[in-house]
Design a protein around this ligand. Structure first.
Ligand SMILES: *Cc1c(COP(=O)(O)O)cnc(C)c1O
Length: 421
């Protein structure tokens, strides 16, 4: 009897909770409800202020549009911020990866280990040098390349590892550096997402053999298009300078022939025109003045998202790496398929109907037809493939207002609760 009374009480309580839930459970816009937002919000956006505008205008009124004083000023600033000894700025993050691979001596017949959960450029840089990208699977919780898998895939052909600080969380640099250096491998950190992050108290950019940055407008700071390679190694630095500009030098100490006169320069190696303009450099110098402000705001938004989403048991947020004090570039939300009745595509569309326009970072690189033609097949990296099926990137950028952040939380919560299994 007591038992029965207890259980009917429990049933009643459950019913009340369910009634409450129904009351607060709003209909998603894709089911005919009212969208959370009236206007769309996208996953990323640059922030440009008047100081940026006048920095660019000043260069336009100066003598140098390219190869001028803003280049070295920017390089010095990147060194000051990160603690790296040398910085070579260039036309974009992809060019940075290419010259970094060249400086590492990557060539035909070599292998370069990287992650599939990245932008294609992290693997393409190996192909540019005639080498073969080898994809190491990710850690299923942090989503960064798993050092154990890097070790397993290392062969006598491995020349470089391109490790991506996915979403801005530092890769495990200590483990990777130790493995690379004991095997004669160069560690290239693809830090396109990482500017502003610290690993064990040191700024990323000053730790790996080379770190590349991208300054595309969706990244934390922008020059429109732009990139950089940072290193502490003078030999690598000199090579990077050459490869950035046609393999041409005016330094007589490295010339092979006698100088013909003051106009003389020599092409001593193969290189490209990967230079950045002073116009872009000035913009980036001005943007870097705001880096700590950008970083602070990104951290605030991430903390707010983490707090709000911890209440939902059918979505999963990226696990923080304790050694990484992270300036997050992307915020990844992952659905738990066992606990939700819609798939990622439907979740994405449902958010879009609420006017929260997400993105997906990234399609595993070896899924692309260009890679299929090179013999890569699905099934290579199961953790990466599962993540790809379940994730999306929420809006995250400096200029988001508190109302923007709350609207994203509201939309995600509404959909996650409505479709909970
Ligand atoms: C953006 C990005 C790049 C390429 O940078 P670009 O400046 O666009 O050439 C490379 N790797 C990763 C991980 C990126 O996010």
């Amino acid at each position: 009897m007591i038992c029965c009374a207890e259980s009917s009480k429990q049933a009643l309580r459950k019913e009340n909770i369910r009634k409450d839930n129904v009351k607060i459970m709003e209909k998603p816009a894709c089911e005919g409800g009212t969208p959370v937002r009236k206007t769309p919000i996208y996953y990323g956006h640059q922030y440009i202020d008047e100081a940026d505008v006048s920095a660019v205008v000043d260069v336009l009124r100066s003598d140098y549009l390219t190869c001028g004083p803003k280049i070295e000023e920017l390089e010095q600033k990147l060194c000051d911020i990160t603690g790296a000894k040398y910085a070579v700025v260039c036309s974009n993050g992809t060019a940075a990866l290419h010259i970094a691979c060249m400086a590492a001596g990557v060539k035909e017949g070599d292998e370069v280990i990287t992650t599939p959960i990245t932008f294609a450029a992290s693997a393409n840089c190996a192909l540019y040098c005639g080498a073969r990208p080898v994809f190491a699977d990710i850690d299923p919780e942090t989503y960064n390349i798993d050092p154990e898998n890097v070790k397993k895939l290392t062969t006598s052909k491995t020349k470089a590892v391109v490790a991506v600080d996915y979403t801005g969380q530092s890769v495990q640099l200590d483990e990777l550096l130790e493995h690379c250096h004991s095997n004669g491998i160069t560690l290239i950190e693809d830090g396109a997402h990482v500017i502003g992050t610290k690993y064990k108290g040191r700024m990323n950019g000053s730790i790996a053999d080379m770190t590349t940055f991208s300054f595309h407008p969706v990244k934390t700071v922008t020059s429109g298009e732009g990139g950089a390679v940072l290193t502490n190694d003078e030999t690598l630095y000199k090579k990077l300078l050459l490869y950035r500009s046609h393999g041409i030098t005016r330094d007589t100490s490295v010339m092979e022939h006698e100088s013909d006169g003051p106009w003389y320069y020599e092409m001593v190696d193969m290189g490209y025109n990967y230079r950045i303009t002073d116009i872009q450099a000035a913009l980036l110098i001005s943007q870097l003045d705001k880096l700590s402000m950008f970083s602070k705001r990104r951290k605030e938004i991430v903390a707010r998202y983490n707090e709000a989403f911890s209440e939902l048991d059918n979505i999963f947020v990226q696990k923080e790496i304790p050694e990484s004090d992270t300036t997050r570039h992307l915020y990844i939300l992952r659905i738990i398929p066992e606990k939700i009745s819609i798939n990622r595509r439907q979740f994405f569309d449902a958010l879009a109907a609420e006017n929260v326009i997400c993105n997906v970072h990234y399609i595993p690189v070896y899924y692309f037809p260009q890679y299929e033609r090179l013999g890569y097949k699905k099934g290579l990296c199961p953790n990466a493939e599962k993540l790809y099926d379940e994730m999306l990137s929420l809006p995250l950028y400096y200029a988001m207002s508190d109302e923007d952040v709350e609207s994203v939380i509201k939309a995600v919560t509404k959909i996650a609760k409505y479709y909970a299994k």
